[in-house]
Design a protein around this ligand. Structure first.
Ligand SMILES: [Zn+2]
Length: 177
């Protein structure tokens, strides 16, 4: 393999290497492309300010603010499907061969979807995208630290309900902002 300057791999070479993503959040990965579909009037500058965390965040709240902007856009079947498809297009472009994607279903209920609807939409979109892109993937359902036990159990329930085995478990680590 050719080496770039200083014997480091070039960006293109890194992109071409097969890779795995073991920890990524669905709501942290929206591209400008998918946000433009959901908010057609958005400019690149606004996207950068509202959806991309600053290189150096002052605190965790600074980072979570941009995720909340994404979550607001992910409250319908159509938007959840588009965001999932968009993520797989990005994974394919980066030559990711396997990804574990996590998200918190209970953050997507603001426009009437139930937790079951949300998980089913994302699981189905993911399964279709796996077939289309060849990127293998699993879905981790996240609960949040400030959720009640009942909310956490609601989050975990679909792990048993979905026979596809594409949802192996649940996780958490997002602290209270
Ligand atoms: Zn994380």
């Amino acid at each position: 393999m050719n080496k770039g300057e200083n014997n480091l791999l070039t960006t293109e070479e890194i992109r071409a290497l097969p890779k795995v993503e073991l920890h990524m959040h669905l709501d942290c990965c929206l591209s400008f492309d998918v946000v433009s579909k959901l908010r057609p009037s958005i400019t690149k500058d606004t996207f950068k300010n509202e959806f991309i965390a600053p290189g150096k965040c002052k605190n965790l709240a600074d980072f979570l603010k941009v995720i909340d902007t994404s979550i607001q856009l992910m409250q319908t079947e159509n938007s959840l499907r588009l965001v999932t498809e968009d993520l797989f297009n990005q994974l394919q472009q980066d030559n990711i061969i396997y990804a574990e994607i996590r998200f918190a279903p209970l953050l997507h209920l603001e426009q009437g979807l139930s937790p079951e609807n949300v998980v089913s939409i994302v699981e189905e979109s993911m399964s279709e995208a796996v077939k289309e892109t060849g990127v293998e993937a699993r879905l981790i359902l996240c609960t949040l630290r400030h959720f009640t036990e009942e909310q956490s159990m609601t989050t975990a329930k679909p792990v048993e309900d979905f026979p596809s085995k594409k949802i192996p478990g649940t996780g958490t680590h997002r602290p209270i902002a």
